[in-house]
Design a protein around this ligand. Structure first.
Ligand SMILES: *[C@@H]1O[C@H](CO)[C@@H](O)[C@H](O)[C@H]1NC(C)=O
Ligand SMILES: *[C@@H]1O[C@H](CO)[C@@H](O)[C@H](O)[C@H]1NC(C)=O
Ligand SMILES: *[C@@H]1O[C@H](CO)[C@@H](O)[C@H](O)[C@H]1NC(C)=O
Ligand SMILES: *[C@@H]1O[C@H](CO)[C@@H](O)[C@H](O)[C@H]1NC(C)=O
Ligand SMILES: *[C@@H]1O[C@H](CO)[C@@H](O)[C@H](O)[C@H]1NC(C)=O
Ligand SMILES: CC(=O)N[C@H]1CO[C@H](CO)[C@@H](O)[C@@H]1O
Length: 555
C-alpha cells in the first residue's frame, strides 16, 4: 500500500503511533521514492517496509516478475530453478506481524534465494535437489539449520538458485550447469561464466532477482561466483554456519554463507545464519557468542592493520591462469589498502605455496567424505521418487537418464565414480587430512600470519586463492576489485560459456585464520566503501530486469 494515496489526516493518526514515520521521510511533501531493486540494500528495504511505503508482498511480486523477465525468457540467465509457491502467503503474514508488533530482525520480510543444495521442507512446495533429477520430489526430513534461523528471523525464502550440479562435485562439467537448471550465465556479458558452484545465487544477487542470496563453498564456490558477479560474499569458517540439511560434499570443508550486493547486507545475513546447531557438531566448536557482524562495518577498519600479500604462486599468472588485468587491478588495490592506513607486508609468502598447488590431499579427503556423507543424505530422505538411495544408484541413474543428466557436453561424472571407488576412513584418508592441516595452517595461513604479525592476507579472488583456506576451513571475505578491459582475450569456459569477457567483474579476497570473519568484514568494508567498485558497471542491458516495486503495487 502506497503512503502517497493516504490523506494527510490518516498519516497524522498513523504517525502518532509510529513516530519513526517522521524521521525517515516526509510523506506530506511527495510520494516516497521506492528503492531500485537492482541495487536495493536490506537496510533500504527495511526503511521502506517500516514506513509502509511498500510491503513484503510487494517485494515478492516484484522479485518474481524480475525472475520471470530474465531467467528463461530474454537473456535466459537460468539463475533460478524454482520459486516458492508459499512465498506470497508467508509475506502477507509477516507484513501483518510487522504492523502489529514490529519486525523480528533486520531480515524480517526480506526475500532470500537459496542455493538448491539447502533443504526446505517439501510442504512449502519447493524441491531440494542440488540441481539433480535424482532428487526431484524427494522429501527432506526438515529445513536446513540455516533455513530454520532465517525463518525465525522473519526472512522469506523466495526460491532455489541454480548451481553447478552437486556443488560441482560430479566431474569435468562447466560451472553453472545442472540437469534441472541448465546452464546459468553471467549478467555482465552474454554467455559469460557465472563461476560456481553457487552460480545462480551469484547471478541473481548481481541484478536484484532477490534481496540477498545464500551460497555454499567447499573450495571456491562462494568466493568465485562472488568475484565473477560483482558481489560481496562471505565464506565463513567451517563450523560458524550449520551444514545440517545441506546436500554435502565434505563436513571438513563445506560452509554456507551470504552472497550480496554489499558487505552490509552480507553482515546482516551472516549475523542471522551463524550459530550453533546440534545437528552439525562442527558448529559446537565455534566461539560462545556470535558477534553482531554489522558492528564490523567500520570504514577505518584497515587503519593500523598489517595485511600480507602471499605473492609467490598465488600472483603468478602462469600458475593461476588469471588474465594479467587482474594483477594490474590488484596492485592498485594494494595502494588503496595502504592509503586506508594499513601496512602492506609484501611479500608474505606461504612456505607451502607450491605444495598446495601440487597436492592431491584435498581430493582424497573430499572423495572419501562425499561418498559417506551423500549416502547418509539419501538415506535420511523420507521419500525419493527417483529410487536413488546411494552414490552408486546416482551414477546409474545419470547413465540411465542421459537426456536429463548427460546432455551433449555435460556427460562427465568422473568425480562421482572416483568417490564411489573410495573405501572409507582409512590410513590414506587420515594422512591426507593431516597433510591438509600442514599445507593450509602449519606451513600455510597460520604460519605466515604469525611470522609477519599479520591481521589478514589479501589476494585476487580468482586463481588458487581459495585452496589454502578450503583445506583448513578458514574464512574468506570477497568484494569487487575491477572489470576486464574491452580488449581482453575471450576464451571458452564450457560448451555454452566464455571467460574472461569484456567488462566482466572480478573480486578481491581477504583471508584469515578460523573465526576472524569480524575482522575480515571490516577490512572488506573499508575497501568497498572507499572504492565503490560495484557501482562502476551495470549488467548488459537485456540482463537488467525492468520490473520495479511501483509496477506491482496496487494502483
Ligand atoms: C518439485 O518439483 C515438481 C516438478 O516440477 C513439482 O511438481 C513439485 O511440486 C515440487 N515440489 C515438491 C516438494 O515436490
Ligand atoms: C562430530 O561427530 C563425529 C561422529 O559422531 C566425530 O567423529 C567428530 O569428531 C565430531 N566433530 C566435532 C568437530 O565435534
Ligand atoms: C610466465 O611465462 C612466460 C612465458 O613462458 C615467461 O616469459 C614469464 O617470465 C613467466 N612469468 C613468471 C612470473 O614466471
Ligand atoms: C600431501 O601433502 C604432502 C605435503 O604436506 C605431500 O608431501 C604429499 O605428496 C601430498 N600427498 C598427495 C597424495 O598429494
Ligand atoms: C589491451 O589494451 C591495453 C592498452 O589499451 C594494452 O596494454 C594491452 O596489451 C591490450 N591487451 C590485449 C590482449 O590486446
Ligand atoms: C523459476 C524458473 O524459471 N524455473 C525454470 C528453471 O529451468 C527449468 C528448466 O528449463 C524450468 O523447467 C523451470 O521452470
Amino acid at each position: 500500500m502506497a503512503v502517497s494515496r493516504w490523506s494527510p489526516l490518516a498519516l497524522v493518526l498513523l504517525c502518532t503511533h509510529f513516530v519513526r514515520c517522521f524521521s525517515i521521510s516526509n510523506p506530506f511533501v511527495r510520494a516516497p521514492v521506492l528503492p531500485d531493486l537492482y541495487e536495493a540494500s536490506v537496510p533500504e528495504l527495511q526503511v521502506g517496509l517500516d514506513a509502509g511505503h511498500f510491503t513484503s508482498v510487494d517485494l515478492i511480486k516484484a522479485y518474481f516478475a524480475r525472475i520471470e523477465e530474465v531467467n528463461i525468457k530474454g537473456p535466459g540467465l537460468r539463475a533460478v530453478i524454482e520459486t516458492n509457491p508459499s512465498a506470497l502467503k508467508e509475506a502477507a503474514l509477516l507484513d501483518i506481524e510487522r504492523r502489529l508488533t514490529g519486525k523480528r530482525s533486520e531480515m524480517h520480510g526480506i526475500p532470500i534465494l537459496l542455493k538448491d543444495n539447502i533443504a526446505t521442507i517439501a510442504a512449502e512446495g519447493m524441491n531440494t535437489t542440488a540441481g539433480s533429477f535424482s532428487l526431484l520430489g524427494s522429501i527432506v526430513p526438515q529445513d536446513a539449520g540455516v533455513v530454520k534461523r532465517l525463518r525465525r528471523a522473519g526472512a522469506i525464502i523466495l526460491g532455489k538458485a541454480n548451481l553447478s550440479e552437486f556443488a560441482h562435485f560430479r566431474g569435468n562439467i562447466a560451472s553453472g550447469w545442472s540437469g534441472r537448471g541448465g546452464q546459468a550465465s553471467n549478467a555482465y556479458f552474454p554467455h559469460a561464466d557465472p563461476c560456481g558452484s553457487s552460480s545462480g545465487s551469484g547471478v541473481a544477487a548481481s541484478i536484484g532477482l532477490a534481496a540477498v542470496t545464500l551460497g555454499s563453498e567447499t573450495d571456491g564456490s562462494i568466493t568465485c561466483p562472488t568475484s565473477n558477479n560483482n558481489l560481496a560474499g562471505i565464506k565463513p569458517t567451517v563450523g560458524l554456519t550449520s551444514r545440517a540439511g545441506v546436500i554435502p560434499i565434505s563436513a571438513h570443508q563445506d560452509t554456507v554463507g551470504p552472497m550480496t550486493r554489499s558487505l552490509t547486507d552480507a553482515a546482516i545475513v551472516l549475523s542471522v545464519i551463524a550459530g550453533k546447531d546440534p545437528n552439525d557438531n562442527f558448529t559446537l566448536a565455534q566461539p560462545a557468542v556470535v558477534p553482531d557482524f554489522t558492528k564490523a562495518l567500520n570504514k577505518n577498519a584497515l587503519k593500523g592493520k598489517r595485511i600480507g600479500v602471499p605473492r609467490r604462486v598465488f600472483l603468478d599468472d602462469n600458475i593461476t591462469g588469471n588474465d594479467p588485468s587482474i594483477n594490474i587491478a590488484f596492485e592498485q588495490a594494494l595502494l588503496t589498502i595502504k592509503a586506508l592506513g594499513a601496512t602492506v607486508v609484501d611479500p608474505a609468502d606461504l612456505p607451502s605455496a607450491e605444495d598446495i598447488v601440487a597436492s592431491n590431499n584435498e581430493t582424497i579427503v573430499l572423495d572419501t567424505d562425499f561418498k559417506v556423507e551423500l549416502n547418509a543424505y539419501y538415506a535420511a530422505l523420507l521419500k525419493n521418487p527417483s529410487g536413488v538411495r546411494s552414490l552408486a544408484d546416482l551414477i546409474k541413474f545419470d547413465d540411465d537418464n542421459p537426456t536429463l543428466e548427460e546432455p551433449a557436453g555435460f556427460e562427465d561424472q568422473s568425480e562421482l565414480i572416483r568417490s564411489e571407488a573410495t573405501t572409507g576412513f582409512d590410513a590414506t584418508y587420515f594422512a591426507a587430512l593431516a597433510a591438509d592441516h600442514d599445507l593450509g595452517s602449519t606451513r600455510g595461513i597460520d604460519f605466515v600470519l604469525e611470522k609477519f604479525k599479520l591481521d589478514a592476507l589479501v589476494l585476487p579472488a580468482s586463481g588458487f586463492t581459495t585452496t589454502p583456506a578450503a583445506i583448513v576451513g578458514y574464512p574468506i571475505v570477497t568484494v569487487p576489485l575491477g572489470f576486464f578491459p574491452a580488449n581482453v582475450t575471450i576464451r571458452s569456459a564450457g560448451p555454452e560459456t566464455v571467460w574472461p569477457a569484456p567488462g566482466a567483474p572480478f573480486g578481491l579476497s581477504f583471508l584469515g585464520t578460523a573465526f576472524t570473519e569480524f575482522q575480515l568484514i571490516g577490512f572488506g568494508f573499508a575497501y568497498e566503501q572507499k572504492t565503490q567498485t560495484r557501482l562502476q558497471r551495470l549488467a548488459f542491458p537485456a540482463a537488467i530486469p525492468k520490473t520495479q516495486l511501483a509496477d506491482v503495487m496496487q494502483k
